[in-house]
Design a protein around this ligand. Structure first.
Ligand code: NAI
Ligand code: MG
Length: 508
């Protein structure tokens, strides 16, 4: 066994006023360097090329074009992926419509449930393969893919399988009916999980689906297509087509679609809303966020620091509900900043396939540029930057866990979604000021409140305009609880009974 080494966690000297961890302190908070523990990937069969999954068959794109997906941790090309054009979209929507009319709308609800249970079980059975693939294609740490993305994806199928034959109980005194063909467009931060969030409730309610994964992370959705084949779903009930924004636009704009569900950037969400305006299409949008994580002086601070770390460094901050604004009560600002500083030094950044890695690769070069640019605006605005200075791999896209102090509400890093491992720290004096600052954003997806007092927690939570408020915790998910936003974070809910509503007509 390789002997564990002890290394000193290096810290870039603070360029500001706060006296952070000193070199003497640093000697005491040496981080144990574990021996490498990479998850094996040699058993993982990845085809050199993937086609479109339409009508239960793998079809070459009419466009005749393919693009590549890479591993962002190494920049190696993994596979070629079909690029669907408008004609391919048309074919996929046609297949979904035919499957809806021919099988799925007539399929007894208990049978729909049976198919969903099968998919859930297959995800659970193939969880290791799916977790490795997710990590390789998107750069996320294997421990997150393994412990969060894949199990939660299976749970969503299990959960909605349970509802398929109980819709009348979910919506009493109504006759819930499916809508028809659902067009679903998903992003790259939780590729398999977002596919599950979209597909499971749609199928449970009796709709058929055309799903388009993001261009940088199509592989787990394509593997899900294989699972859907394995589950023997009638052909065309789920179609998975790949491509870029143009493919997504053609899908959302297709006249044969009854419902559009989108998760991604606010700009694209607005474009889709414009494209759907004036049509009979139903629409749900899950867009960006700029969540406030509010820490009061009576909070258990060490626990709060764990929550802050989880809130912003989880999945490299590629999380729409990331706690990217820390609002900390002025009296405990320095102690929280110092605890956070120390905790950050122990985060392991590097090979996503290593089981000890906490922070993986940034998903793409474009996303890395966006993070760098926004972080530089924090420097330019005079905020104080704290960053870990661990070694980063020579190739791939990486960003060190970072936080800024001295941030004010007008700074860009307090306003714009950064979608990376960068935290902005702001202060407040009174609960009212905390609420006002937390709500002072165009977004409203999530928030966190940390306090020892239950009544204060409820009071603050009830004043926050956010779809989800976590209390003394952060980034916790369950298939039975609804998730979704206010204002520019979108509308509609996913998860729970609420997550069925966007996929049915529930009239008496
Ligand atoms: P994006 O919104 O462009 O991509 C999301 C999905 O939409 C992808 O499947 C993409 O192919 C598709 N798409 C792109 N343009 C489209 C269009 N005109 N019509 C229909 N579909 C379209 O997000 P992008 O460019 O990858 O990331 C940009 C920023 O968006 C990030 O930096 C982050 O701030 C935010 N974002 C938010 C996410 C969330 O979960 N709310 C997820 C991904 C990104
Ligand atoms: Mg990729």
């Amino acid at each position: 066994m390789t002997e564990a080494r002890k290394t000193k966690a290096a810290i870039r000297p603070a360029n500001g006023r706060l006296a952070m961890t000193t070199p003497a302190d640093l000697a005491r908070i040496e981080a144990w360097e574990y021996a490498p523990a990479p998850e094996a990937r040699d058993y993982l069969a990845i085809q050199p090329r993937y086609e479109l999954f339409i009508g239960g068959r793998w079809r070459k794109p009419k466009s005749g074009r393919h693009f590549t997906t890479i591993n962002p941790a190494t920049e190696e090309t993994i596979a070629e992926i079909a690029e669907a054009d408008a004609a391919d979209v048309d074919r996929a929507v046609g297949a979904a419509r035919a499957a809806y009319d021919k099988y799925w709308r007539r399929c007894p609800p208990a049978h729909r449930a049976k198919y969903l249970f099968r998919i859930a079980r297959a995800i659970a059975e193939r969880s290791r393969e799916l977790a490795v693939l997710e990590s390789v294609d998107g750069g996320k740490p294997i421990k997150e893919a393994r412990d969060f993305d894949v199990p939660l994806a299976a749970q969503h199928f299990f959960y909605y399988a349970g509802w398929a034959d109980k819709l009348e109980w979910a919506f009493p005194n109504t006759r819930p009916r499916p809508l028809g063909v659902a067009a679903q467009i998903i992003p790259w931060n939780f590729p398999l999980l977002m596919a599950a969030w979209k597909i499971a409730p749609a199928l449970a309610c009796g709709n058929t689906v055309v799903l388009k994964p993001a261009e940088t992370t199509p592989l787990t959705a394509l593997r899900l297509a294989e699972i859907i084949e394995q589950a023997d779903l009638p052909p065309g009930v789920v179609n998975i087509i790949t491509g870029s924004g143009a493919t997504g636009a053609a899908l959302a704009g297709h006249r044969g679609v009854d419902k559009v569900a989108f998760t991604g950037s606010t700009e694209v969400g607005k474009e889709i809303a414009r494209a759907c305006a004036g049509t009979s299409k139903r629409l749900t949008l899950e867009l960006g966020g700029k969540a406030a994580n509010i820490v009061f002086d009576d909070a258990p601070l060490e626990q709060a620091v764990e929550g802050i770390v989880n809130g912003i460094f989880f999945n490299q901050g590629h999380v729409c509900c990331a706690g990217s604004r820390l609002l900390v009560q002025e009296s405990v600002h320095d102690v929280v900043a110092e605890l956070l500083h120390r905790r950050m030094q122990t985060l392991r950044v590097g090979d996503p396939l290593d089981k000890n890695t906490d922070v993986g690769a940034i998903n793409s070069a474009a996303q890395l540029r966006k993070i760098e640019e926004l972080a530089q605006s924090g420097d330019a605005d005079g905020c104080t930057r704290f960053q870990t200075e661990c070694d980063l791999p020579a190739r791939g896209f990486w960003y060190r866990p970072t936080f800024f102090t001295g941030v004010s509400m007008s700074h860009r890093i307090a306003q714009e979604e950064i979608f990376g491992p960068v935290l902005s720290v702001l202060t407040f004096r009174t609960p009212d000021e905390a609420v006002e600052k937390a709500n002072n954003t165009p977004y409203g997806l999530s928030a966190g409140v940390w306090t020892d007092k239950g009544s204060k927690n409820f009071k603050i939570a009830s004043q926050l305009r956010a779809g989800v408020v976590w209390s003394n915790t952060f980034n916790k998910f369950d298939p039975s609880s609804p998730f979704g936003g206010y204002r520019e974070s979108g509308f509609g809910r996913e998860g729970g009974i609420h997550g069925l509503l966007p996929y049915i007509e529930a009239r008496p």
